[in-house]
Write a protein that binds this ligand. Structure first.
Ligand SMILES: [Zn+2]
Length: 114
């Protein structure tokens, strides 16, 4: 993959992140670094995201993030970043009923120390 294509893909994710921040729901579990980002393709599906710029910690449950060996910010992480910047995050103490989590990747609690 050439550097140019890598940059293009990065811009694409960034652009989709802006769309997500403005048009999809982004929830933050109160007083935590845990976010749920609504899927672009499925209204009832949410991706599990952990994001903390101070600790430089970024995690998303999507395939894209896993595929890139957790090195490249996916559109959900970009979405969370923009949602924080633009204050479109909804703080909640629990997720609304009926929310389905994406379980395509295995999340282990011990991957991240609160
Ligand atoms: Zn993602």
């Amino acid at each position: 993959m050439t550097q140019e294509i890598v940059n293009q893909n990065r811009d694409k994710r960034d652009g989709k992140g802006r769309v997500i921040a403005l048009s999809r729901r982004v929830y933050r579990i109160e007083n935590t670094d845990v976010f749920y980002v609504e899927s672009e393709s499925n209204d009832d599906m949410y991706y599990y995201v952990m994001f903390n710029t101070d600790k430089k910690f970024e995690w998303c449950s999507c395939k894209d993030f896993e595929k890139n060996r957790y090195q490249i910010k996916c559109k959900h992480l970009a979405g969370v970043e923009y949602a924080i910047r633009w204050a479109t995050v909804t703080d909640t103490d629990k997720l609304p009923l009926g929310v389905k989590k994406d379980n395509s990747t295995t999340w282990r609690d011990d991957l991240y120390d609160f």
